[in-house]
Write a protein that binds this ligand. Structure first.
Ligand SMILES: *Cc1c(COP(=O)(O)O)cnc(C)c1O
Length: 454
């Protein structure tokens, strides 16, 4: 699609719609002439040059990439009207779109019933899930893996709940024996599992946690903020297919968080929380004297902790899903390419004499470290930091990130590396762009060359 063409159509469409309401002119206080705008805009775009090239396949660092053009046009078109999805009074059309995309997300995970909404972020979506967890099990805390996103411990603090980190195994997944020990104390009301940790993309064994939690009368929340859309590859044919068991089990969890602004091709400002039991809506009950007056139908603000939210976010996701639906043949193909990229790079690293795989990728995140002599954590850390910094400079840059691996986690995977420090940084690449698949060889050669000089 031709982005420029459709951006023009976006402004036309909104002007046509506005014309039906009769003539009107913006106030002189808002007027800006083109010459002044040009100079401000030039300064502005100059400032924006100070960015990493998230769009480029040579950017293989963090979880960052531009949104799909369909999301850009959807967002911009709706933003020109600027609906607020807090209430049907603020955005009837985009509120309806939000309900539709949330239903699609719920169906993607196999939920038969659901209550849910979009949020500004995965952080807020997880906060809501933990808030409901607290209301259902007052006085009891939350167990999450030691590798879970830091938001869980922090939001437990915000909510006045105790948080119980659970040891991970040698693949970065929640250790079930350690979980059982924590559950036996009776102090936990909800277990948080991740289908894709932020650091390593490790997938917790949801299917094994569920029966364990049920035995202890404990709820299960799935933090799929990063990995959620990988459910589209569960049981798929080909190298990109994922073991289906944890993904199928997600349908039996009590709540799920997924971030369309990570793997759903959306701009920032789009997370989502889903509850299997619509009855939890009662915990959100409140009265709002200044909204909810145009309709007795459900207003999204009545089931959300946030008030104002961009209707444009729902519009962008709705338009994207019309074109690239959350199905194996739609968005699934985008994720499959990134997953194949990660597997392909992991194979190259395994065959390399200067790089070592930290662990096999479970999704699309590759972690490795330079082979150093003598093999110590201090040496690995220094060489990784050097490669990260050197990679970004020069005529042929490569952008990576690092992951801090603790002494025990490192020893569980690489016992021969002498643990002379508490932790070591290893190199980490999130291959979330499908274009990465054709650039893996090039990325690998570049990182190998950097490793030889580090
Ligand atoms: C990114 C992420 C979060 C936080 O979501 P934001 O959208 O960045 O606020 C929470 N959990 C996991 C697993 C994540 O990857």
């Amino acid at each position: 699609m031709d982005l420029q063409h459709w951006l023009g159509r976006a402004t036309d469409a909104v002007q046509d719609w506005a014309a039906a309401f009769g003539p009107y002119r913006p106030h002189p206080s808002l007027e800006v002439d083109d010459a002044r705008f040009a100079s401000a805009f030039e300064e502005f775009t100059g400032r924006l040059a100070d960015n990493y090239p998230f769009f480029h396949p040579h950017y293989a660092g963090q979880m960052l990439k531009p949104p799909h053009p369909a999301a850009v046009v959807g967002y911009l078109t709706a933003m020109l009207i600027n609906p607020n999805n807090h209430a049907l009074d603020g955005g009837p059309a985009t509120a309806a779109m939000e309900r539709e995309v949330v239903a699609r997300l719920a169906a993607m995970f196999g939920y038969g019933t659901h209550l849910g909404h979009l949020t500004t972020s995965g952080t807020i979506a997880n906060l809501e899930a933990l808030f409901v967890a607290r209301e259902l099990h007052p006085g009891r805390g939350v167990a999450h893996s030691a590798d879970a996103h830091y938001t869980h411990a922090r939001m437990c603090h915000v909510l006045g709940m105790s948080s119980h980190p659970v040891r991970t195994d040698e693949k970065g997944r929640m250790d079930l024996d350690a979980l059982e020990d924590v559950l036996r104390t009776g102090r936990v009301g909800t277990v948080v599992v991740a289908t894709g940790t932020t650091g390593l993309g490790a997938v917790d064994p949801v299917h094994e946690v569920l029966p364990l939690a049920a035995r202890h009368g404990v709820r299960v929340h799935v933090d799929a903020a990063y990995g959620g859309f990988f459910t589209l590859l569960a049981g798929a044919e080909g190298p990109e297919g994922l073991p289906p068991e944890p993904w199928r089990a997600v349908a039996r969890a009590d709540s799920i968080v997924v971030d369309p602004h990570k793997h759903g091709l959306q701009p920032y400002g789009c997370g989502a929380v889903l509850f299997r039991d619509p009855e939890v809506g009662r915990f959100y009950l409140h009265d709002s004297p200044y909204t909810y007056f145009t309709s007795t139908e459900l207003h999204l603000g009545e089931i959300s902790l946030e008030c104002s939210r961009a209707g444009a976010s729902a519009a962008a996701l709705w338009l994207t899903f019309r074109l690239l639906p959350p199905t194996p043949d739609g968005l699934g193909r985008v994720l499959a390419a990134g997953r194949r990229a990660a597997l392909g790079w992991a194979d190259l690293i395994e065959a390399s004499d200067v790089l070592e795989l930290y662990q096999r990728p479970q999704l699309d995140i590759v972690t490795c470290f330079p082979a150093v002599d003598p093999a110590t954590l201090t040496g690995v850390d220094a060489a990784s930091a050097r490669i990260l910094a050197d990679g970004m400079t020069g005529p042929d840059p490569v952008f990576l990130s690092t992951f801090k691996a603790g002494r025990e986690a490192f020893a569980a995977r690489h016992p021969k590396v002498t643990a002379d420090a508490d932790a070591a940084r290893v190199l980490r690449s999130v291959l979330m762009k499908p274009e990465s698949e054709d650039h893996v060889r090039c990325l690998h050669d570049r990182v190998e060359r950097l490793a030889r000089t580090a």
